[in-house]
Design a protein around this ligand. Structure first.
Ligand SMILES: Cc1ncc(C[n+]2csc(CCOP(=O)(O)OP(=O)(O)O)c2C)c(N)n1
Ligand code: SF4
Ligand SMILES: [Mg+2]
Length: 291
C-alpha cells in the first residue's frame, strides 16, 4: 500500500487571511509559492520564509511554513544567517522593492556577492504600498503619482537585474504575479539553484499604481537562460523591464555548489568592453533621436 503523504498547495497556507487589497498582485505570488512548495514536495518544517516590512513582507504570516517577519530592509541578513546555520532548510527571503532596494539595498549587494544558498523573491510594484504610495527606487523618474514628488523624483530608476548581475548573483530571473504557473516554475528553479537566486516579480499595487493593471498586456516571456555573464549584460541592454523568464544561471561546479560569479581581474577587460559597447549604443540612440 502506498502511504506517501501528498501535500497540496493549500496545505502551505495558514489560517490567517491576507489583509492585502482585493486584486493586489501579491495574492498571485502567494499562490505561486504554495504551488511551488507542493510541486517540490517540501515538508513545511523544511522551509523558512523571511521578510522585512511592507505589504509584500506580510507574506510569511499567510503560509504554514516557518516564518520570520523582521525589520524593514533586513530580510537578507536574517535569511543569510539562517541559511548558513541551517543548510538543511530551504530558505526564501521575500519583500518589496522599497524594503529590498532602498533601505535594504546594501544587504542586497552583499547577498549577491556572498552567494549563500537561498532564494530572494522581491514583489516589485515600484511604490511604497504600505506607507500609502510614495516613490520607490524602481519608480520611473517621471512618475508623478505621489504628492511628495508631484513632478516625479527626477532620479533614474534602479535596475534590479543589472545590479544583481554586477554584484555577482548566480541566478537571475523575472516573473509576473499575473502568471502564477510560470512564476511557480521559475521559483522552483530558483529554490533548486545551489547559490543565491534572485527573482524579481512584477506585482501590481492596484491601489497606488492602478495603471499597473495594464501589466498583463505589457509583460511577455522572452529571456532565454544564459550561462555567459557578458551575454547576460548584453541582453539587458535591450530589456524594457517587462520581459520575463530566466535571464542568467551561472555554471554549477561538479560538487553541486554554485561558482562565485563576482567580477574578477580576469574579466575586467571584457567588462570594459561592455562599458564601451553601452556607450556606443547610447551615442547611436542619441544620434538617431537627433536625426
Ligand atoms: C526603519 C523603518 N523605516 C521606515 C519604515 C516605514 N515603512 C514601512 S513599509 C515601507 C515601505 C514598503 O515598501 P515596499 O518594500 O516596496 O513594500 P510594499 O508595501 O510596496 O509591498 C516603509 C518606508 C519602517 N517600518 N521602518
Ligand atoms: S496597498 Fe498596494 S501593495 Fe499594499 S496590499 Fe494594497 S494593492 Fe497590495
Ligand atoms: Mg513596493
Amino acid at each position: 500500500m502506498n502511504t506517501a503523504v501528498v501535500i497540496r498547495p493549500k496545505d502551505y497556507k495558514s489560517a490567517t487571511k491576507p489583509v492585502w487589497c482585493p486584486g493586489c498582485g501579491d495574492f498571485g505570488v502567494l499562490n505561486a509559492l504554495t504551488k511551488t512548495l507542493a510541486g517540490l514536495a517540501l515538508a513545511p518544517a523544511q522551509v523558512a520564509v523571511v521578510s522585512g516590512i511592507g505589504c509584500s513582507s506580510r507574506l510569511p504570516a499567510y503560509t504554514s511554513v516557518y516564518g520570520f517577519h523582521g525589520v524593514h530592509g533586513r530580510a537578507l541578513p536574517v535569511a543569510t544567517g539562517l541559511a548558513v546555520a541551517r543548510p538543511d532548510l530551504t530558505v526564501i527571503a521575500t519583500g518589496g522593492d522599497g524594503d529590498g532596494f532602498s533601505i535594504g539595498g546594501n544587504h542586497f549587494l552583499h547577498a549577491c556577492r556572498r552567494n549563500v544558498n537561498l532564494t530572494y523573491l522581491v514583489m516589485d510594484n515600484a511604490v511604497y504600498g504600505m506607507t500609502k504610495g510614495q516613490a520607490s527606487p524602481t519608480s520611473a523618474a517621471d512618475w508623478a503619482g505621489s504628492k511628495l514628488t508631484p513632478d516625479g523624483t527626477g532620479i533614474a530608476a534602479f535596475r534590479p537585474l543589472e545590479i544583481a548581475l554586477s554584484a555577482g548573483a548566480g541566478f537571475i530571473a523575472r516573473g509576473f504575479s499575473g502568471d502564477p504557473n510560470a512564476l511557480a516554475g521559475l521559483l522552483a528553479e530558483a529554490i533548486e539553484y545551489p547559490g543565491f537566486a534572485f527573482l524579481q516579480v512584477l506585482s501590481p499595487c492596484i491601489t497606488y499604481r492602478p495603471e499597473q493593471m495594464e501589466y498583463k498586456a505589457l509583460v511577455a516571456a522572452g529571456f532565454e537562460p544564459l550561462a555567459d555573464r557578458n551575454a547576460a549584460f548584453r541582453r539587458l541592454l535591450t530589456d524594457d523591464g517587462f520581459t520575463t523568464g530566466l535571464l542568467y544561471r551561472a555554471p554549477v561546479a561538479a560538487g553541486g555548489s554554485a561558482l562565485a560569479t563576482a567580477a574578477t581581474p580576469d574579466d575586467t577587460a571584457s567588462l570594459a568592453g561592455i562599458a564601451r559597447e553601452f556607450t556606443a549604443a547610447r551615442l547611436h540612440a542619441a544620434n538617431e533621436h537627433e536625426s
